[in-house]
Design a protein around this ligand. Structure first.
Ligand code: ADP
Ligand code: MG
Length: 435
């Protein structure tokens, strides 16, 4: 089997058959341009290309890395590098006609774990998928990255498609690309056909309309036209309409006409359930211990889950052993190390202050009181170990004379760690709290 086939085969084991057959199977590998650092896959059209790019290019790169040890730059494109031919207008048009929207088929209500953090958004989404906007229109879902906004929005789209409705799922970027292309080609009637003649319009991450005046104008007209013919509009954003800067007043107010609902970061139990669900969907065999462990290492962004599960599955297949908790800890070492690199002095200060019961202002003061000096030294040591700050930066932060004072502190602590077992225990405990 060629390397590329092996990679796609590995990917196949991980994703649903529908997803594989619908999208991945259509990829062609560009042998000619392939190097260790570069892999190009050709997709049949721009929509599939964009979809695979956003969803799988990172995963494909990781699979290459697992296979060859080198993580290449993975590109998904509609044309081969060597012979970039200009597409005819007709071929673009026809591919768009068949594939108006590309919804992830596994983004369903059944696959969505409901908890306190997303209960309201879920119920609202469910409702509009039943009555298509007679209750609320538009539905506006907002919240932080990776909390399930796109998932819920696509769940509505999937139901609508099953019921024979025409659905357009788009991003502001795609909307903008279409808009400029159709203006350039003088084919605005096609643009309007696409966006105004659908039954359901789903626009993801609408905050990117910010500051784009002519696009807002066009979107406003699209919105009005759809609302006037009672078509459903669903929008997601990272913040409330009112908080989106440089967004025309009339759009802001229209976004508030229907229902606005937020999604909060998941509680631990919800997180655990999401991991369980994802491991089922991706067919990764892990027990409760491992699931709980993963829940403690990821933060609120549920997007990390799929990457983690991919890694665990691949490694366990490579060495042909089960995913035990030790195995998981070992396989995810790098992941946790990267996290450490994002630790800031502020988090360390908060933790040291809390654990040793010394005020942050005291730690940063020039006080020579014994327990304050003790806390200060530990804070400096941990900051130097866990953050990317240089010694001069730390000297500045802790109000010390210069970097030699920091270096002196590091030496003192290192000596203590060697000679004093109790002290080492205390430091280890604090280190664990950080990671
Ligand atoms: P957002 O659009 O809010 O950034 P996504 O909808 O892309 O987040 O979600 C990121 C990933 O996490 C997706 O794989 C999604 O399926 C999953 N996810 C998020 N919330 C849930 C949930 N409550 N139940 C199941 N999967 C979830
Ligand atoms: Mg999203």
């Amino acid at each position: 089997m060629s390397q590329k086939n092996e990679i796609l085969q590995m990917l196949k084991d991980e994703i649903t058959d529908v997803e594989y057959n619908r999208y991945i199977k259509q990829l062609k590998f560009d042998e000619k341009s392939h190097t260790d650092e570069y892999a190009l896959f050709i997709a049949p059209n721009i929509l599939i290309s964009n979809y695979i790019k956003s969803k799988y290019s990172e995963k494909i790169a990781t699979l290459f890395e697992i296979k060859t040890g080198i993580k290449p730059n993975v590109e998904i494109s509609t044309t081969s590098k060597k012979l970039k031919t200009k597409k005819t207008r007709d071929s673009v048009k026809s591919s768009e006609k068949v594939q108006h929207s590309l919804l992830n088929p596994s983004h369903t209500f059944e696959n969505f774990v409901v908890g306190g953090s997303n209960q309201f958004a879920y119920t609202a989404a469910k409702k509009v998928s039943e009555d298509f906007g007679t209750s609320y229109n538009p539905l506006f879902i907002y919240g932080g990255v990776g909390l399930g906004k796109t998932h819920l929005m696509q769940a509505i789209g999937n139901i609508a498609q099953q019921k024979g409705k025409s659905v357009v799922f788009t991003s502001v970027e795609q909307f903008l690309n279409d808009f400029t292309r159709h203006i350039r080609n003088k084919t605005m009637e096609l643009f309007r056909d696409k966006y105004r003649k659908c039954d359901v319009l789903l626009v993801d991450d609408i905050q990117f309309l910010s500051g784009k005046e002519s696009l807002q104008e066009e979107f406003f007209n699209t919105f009005e036209s759809l609302r006037n013919s009672d078509k459903l509009i669903v929008l997601t954003a990272d913040k409330k309409p009112k908080q989106i800067a440089l967004l025309a007043e009339r759009l802001q107010s229209r976004f508030e006409w229907g229902l606005i609902t937020d999604i909060q970061p998941p509680e631990l139990e919800t997180k655990i359930e999401i991991i369980r669900k994802k491991s089922e969907i991706n067919r990764v065999q892990i027990d409760n211990d491992v699931i709980n462990y993963i829940a403690t290492i990821i933060e609120n962004n549920t997007r990390e889950i799929e990457g983690i599960l991919t890694k665990l599955k691949m490694y366990s297949q490579m060495v042909n052993c089960e995913i035990t908790i030790e195995f998981a800890k070992n396989a995810l070492k790098d992941q946790i190390r990267e996290k450490k690199e994002s630790v800031t002095i502020e988090t360390i200060m908060q933790m040291v202050s809390r654990e040793l019961n010394i005020k942050q202002s005291e730690i940063k003061s020039k006080s020579r009181t014994r327990n304050i000096v003790y806390a200060r030294r530990i804070a400096i040591y941990l900051s130097r170990t866990f953050t990317q700050n240089s010694m001069p930066q730390l000297a500045l932060y802790f109000g010390m004379k210069d970097h030699t004072a920091v270096s002196h502190t590091m030496k003192t602590i290192n000596k203590l760690l060697e000679s004093d077992a109790d002290f080492k225990l205390k430091i280890d405990e604090l280190k664990n709290k950080i990671s």
